[in-house]
Design a protein around this ligand. Structure first.
Ligand SMILES: Nc1nc2c([nH]c(=O)n2[C@H]2C[C@H](O)[C@@H](COP(=O)(O)OP(=O)(O)OP(=O)(O)O)O2)c(=O)[nH]1
Length: 131
C-alpha cells in the first residue's frame, strides 16, 4: 500500500465563524462540505499548498495559523487530512470551484453534511471556537 498523500484544509476564520465549502465534483463527493484546500504537491510546504489552493479555489490571499485537531485518515486510507486555521488577508471568497460557500458559527457547524472523514476536525474546530 502506498503512503497516504497529505491533504490540507483551511478553516478560514471571520471572528467566530468559519468558511465551509460544498464540493461540486467528483459526483460521489458533490454536495458534501469540506475545508477549502487540496493535495500538497511534492515541491511545496503545507502552508504553500494552503495559500495556493485558497487563491485558486476562492480567489483570496490567506495567512495560515495553528493546527485544528490531529491527522485524519480519509479517502479509504489514501489521504492524511491536516486542517489549519487561516485568516483572510485580501479578497472576499467566491465560488470558483465549489458549489456553494457558507460562513458557519460554531453552533451551525452541524447544519451541513461534511465529508465523512472531516467529523473529528469539525468537532475539534467547534471546541476551539467555543473555548
Ligand atoms: N480539500 C479538502 N479535501 C478533503 C477534505 N476532507 C476530505 O476527506 N478531503 C478529501 C477529498 C478529496 O478526495 C481529497 C482532496 O482532493 P482535492 O480534489 O481537494 O485536491 P486537489 O484540489 O489537489 O485536487 P486535484 O487537483 O488532484 O483534482 O481529500 C477537506 O476538508 N478539504
Amino acid at each position: 500500500m502506498n503512503e497516504p498523500r497529505i491533504v490540507v484544509g483551511a478553516a478560514i476564520r471571520d471572528g467566530r465563524r468559519v468558511l465551509a465549502a460544498a464540493r461540486a465534483y467528483p459526483p460521489e463527493l458533490a454536495g458534501l462540505w469540506e475545508f477549502p484546500g487540496g493535495k500538497v504537491e511534492p515541491d511545496e510546504t503545507e502552508t504553500e499548498a494552503l495559500v495556493r489552493e485558497c487563491r485558486e479555489e476562492l480567489g483570496v490571499a490567506i495567512s495560515v495559523g495553528d493546527r485544528v485537531g490531529g491527522d485524519l485518515s480519509t479517502g479509504n486510507g489514501r489521504y492524511l487530512l491536516r486542517v489549519y486555521f487561516a485568516e483572510l488577508l485580501e479578497g472576499e471568497p467566491h465560488t470558483k470551484e465549489h458549489a456553494e460557500l457558507r460562513w458557519l458559527a460554531p453552533d451551525e457547524l452541524d447544519s451541513v453534511p461534511w465529508l465523512p472523514g472531516n467529523r473529528p476536525a469539525v468537532d475539534a474546530l467547534r471546541d476551539l471556537l467555543n473555548a
